[in-house]
Design a protein around this ligand. Structure first.
Ligand SMILES: Cc1cc2nc3c(=O)[nH]c(=O)nc-3n(C[C@H](O)[C@H](O)[C@H](O)COP(=O)(O)OP(=O)(O)OC[C@H]3O[C@@H](n4cnc5c(N)ncnc54)[C@H](O)[C@@H]3O)c2cc1C
Length: 475
């Protein structure tokens, strides 16, 4: 009998992996497969911070599969073509894989299912990436939710799947494999000098255990302070499936049971963030047009501006707004950005600079190691007020955000070192320093650090006028 192919995609681990767990229980040889999708990489921007993370995660997956007796087979090419070849080469009994909810994957997966089924090969797909799939969390009328809180309430009422646990040992025949392709071989530049975290299942578990034992209890207090290591930083690991979401949720449930009252609220807040991830997956699944377009159609008329100079200043972290600049430099240097900073830089690009959110989303795609299409799209549309969010339009004041969330300016000074000597009084608005002080500390505004590229009060007033015009045009 032919083997079972277990096709790995965004689920690069062996522990509590739905498809692998089930395949190894059948008792046939198992071929763990990863396909480097050359069609996909061709369409992506030339920079790709996530590639190194992916390569590291794959290298560890290979090691962990070996420990179970197996061998990771990697192939490079157009996904459908690779599967056509494998069908002939392996004559498999079955193919098992975990479901992916991104619009492009859904389309591709249905073609692959058809290919195998037509040849009489069994296809089994599993829920793995999410606790509850988009089709499971619906309104009483069977419609998708477009507001977070009712989605979260419905999500919480469902019974959560328990972790499956470990895969059994299995065998794999020696097969031709393309090896793990690095970013260079895929013609990707990786310009992140200090990646925030290494990829892989071991690191994912290490980080998770540390967060769970030391930080989750104070998450609610610390999660908004970018200078504090107070969030889980699990986002790249969740993106590449280096850890099981079922296991994380189960750990949260156990931690909640034994936690003190004050810590319970923190754990609940953390679980809410995991639900945001599922909410955005659900939104994109049900409204795939959001990949390209505004959820709120009135924004189709928004007269977005474009200035190369301003867009580059934003990308490089040279806007003259220290908190915005710290966020962008954190992204450029580490491939990750704190959530509070993501919200502020996105508001700044869309509301202050009045640039289209799609430009920002695609820059994040190049630089983020945790790039997750659904969350990135959701986060950008939320920030631009174009998305599934009923709150009135909000414009973050970058200076007030800075004073509130980085009161000791530790975050700013870490990522904008030219402001290191700026006294506390001026650090959130360095252009207000008297010229003599600028000279004395060696931070001349316009030379060592830019003056603000726009006046926040003036541009936000202009934005409000545009917003009202756009809305009234449609009413
Ligand atoms: C403009 C913008 C773009 C974003 N792009 C992405 C992206 O590409 N990939 C991504 O994973 N997150 C994205 N987010 C959401 C959020 O910023 C990150 O998930 C979070 O900062 C990751 O850090 P963490 O793992 O320490 O989060 P924690 O605070 O520890 O949260 C735990 C997990 O919950 C999920 N989560 C937390 N906040 C959100 C949120 N607002 N939306 C969806 N899921 C959330 C993530 O999986 C995260 O790892 C974006 C937010 C904004 C405002």
């Amino acid at each position: 009998m032919g083997p079972i192919i277990v096709w790995f995609r965004r689920d690069l681990r062996v522990d509590d992996h739905a498809a692998l767990y089930h395949a190894t229980r059948v008792g046939l040889p198992v071929v763990p497969l990863f396909v480097s999708d050359t069609e996909l990489t061709r369409r992506l921007p030339p920079d790709g911070a996530a590639f190194n993370f992916l390569t590291e995660a794959l290298a560890e997956l290979r090691k962990n599969l070996k420990a179970l007796g197996g061998e990771l087979m990697t192939r490079r090419g157009k996904v459908l073509e690779v599967h056509k070849t494998l069908l002939k080469e392996l004559q498999p009994q079955a193919i098992y894989f975990n479901r992916d909810y991104e619009p492009s994957s859904i389309e591709q997966d249905s073609k692959i299912e058809e290919l195998y089924r037509k040849s009489g090969v069994e296809v089994q797909t599993f829920k793995d990436t999410l606790v509850h799939e988009p089709s499971e969390v619906l309104t009483g009328d069977g419609k998708p939710f477009v507001v977070f809180t009712p989605f979260a309430n419905a999500w919480k009422k469902l019974s959560h799947p328990a972790p499956f646990g470990e895969a059994r040992r299995f065998t794999t025949a020696k097969l031709a494999s393309d090896g793990i392709l690095g970013a260079g071989e895929l013609k990707r530049e990786v310009s992140i000098p200090s990646p925030v975290l290494p990829g892989g299942e071991k690191q994912a578990n290490r980080r998770w255990r540390m967060f769970l034992s030391r930080k989750i209890g104070s998450y609610a207090t610390n999660r908004d302070l970018p200078a504090v290591d107070g969030t889980s930083m699990m986002s790249p690991y969740l993106r590449f499936g280096c850890i099981s979401i079922r296991k994380m949720l189960e750990d949260c449930r156990k931690a909640h049971q034994s936690a003190a009252h004050a810590e319970r609220a923190s754990i609940e807040k953390f679980v809410d963030e995991l639900i945001w991830r599922e909410f955005y997956h659900s939104v994109l699944y049900h409204f795939p047009r959001l990949l390209e377009s505004n959820y709120r159609r009135e924004f189709d008329r928004m007269p977005w501006k474009f200035s190369v100079v301003l867009f580059n200043a934003w990308k490089k972290g040279l806007t003259g707004y220290p908190f915005v600049d710290a966020g962008m430099r954190q992204l450029n240097q580490t491939g990750w950005m704190h959530n509070r900073a993501r919200m502020v830089v996105a508001s700044f690009l869309t509301k202050d600079l009045q640039h289209d959110w799609r430009l920002g989303a695609s820059y994040f795609e190049e630089k983020l190691m945790d790039i997750e299409t659904a969350s990135n799209n959701g986060g950008w549309q939320w920030s631009a007020s174009t998305g599934v969010d009923p709150k009135p339009m909000r414009i973050f004041n970058p200076r007030l955000q800075s004073e509130r969330y980085d009161p000791e300016s530790k975050y700013i000074k870490q990522f904008v070192p030219e402001l290191a000597k700026v006294p506390a009084k001026f650090v959130h608005g360095p252009h207000e320093m008297p010229p003599a002080l600028q000279k004395e500390i060696g931070c001349i505004i316009g030379r060592q650090y830019p003056a603000p590229v726009v006046d926040h009060a003036a541009v936000s007033a202009e934005y409000k006028r545009l917003y009202v015009a756009v809305r009234s045009h449609n009413s």
